[in-house]
Design a protein around this ligand. Structure first.
Ligand code: ZN
Length: 137
């Protein structure tokens, strides 16, 4: 637990949260800033800052819980769509530096926007990017 981390305090039940689900490794709770009804955050119980710091078991646990919660949100609210968002670092939009993802029910015209400025690089560029990534796996 990190003393100044709001999500660690939620996990420790030091501050209130509307908890949807929890297991040994994860906590799923309602986002105070509901974009749409049923907007849930899934966090690691351990203080892990971002995706880079997740170990294999934590990564598996978080997505297992995300899928479980997504199915439950669909069952409860029957949204026509559902997005999963996860951000790492300030440029990506991360505001709480304790790993979490958003399970977000979606509706036509709900105001959520994701700008996707496609660059369409050449196949040679794609292969070069691919090789760079493979070299660090
Ligand atoms: Zn934390």
């Amino acid at each position: 637990m990190k003393a100044d981390c709001v999500f660690c305090k939620l996990v420790a039940k030091q501050i209130p949260a509307s908890i949807v689900y929890e297991d040994d490794a994860t906590l799923a709770f309602m986002d105070l800033g509901q974009v749409n009804p049923g907007h849930v955050l899934v966090a690691c119980k351990a203080h892990v800052e971002d995706v880079y710091a997740l170990d294999e078991a934590q990564a598996a646990a978080v997505f297992r819980t995300a899928a479980r919660v997504a199915r439950a949100v669909r069952g409860a609210f029957d949204p026509p769509g559902l997005s999963i968002y996860q951000a790492n670092g300030k440029p990506a939009g991360q505001t709480v530096f304790h790993f979490h993802l958003h399970v977000l029910p979606r509706h036509d015209g709900d105001g959520m926007q994701l700008v996707w400025p496609v660059k369409n690089p050449s196949r040679e560029k794609l292969e070069a990017y691919c090789a760079q990534i493979r070299a660090t796996l």
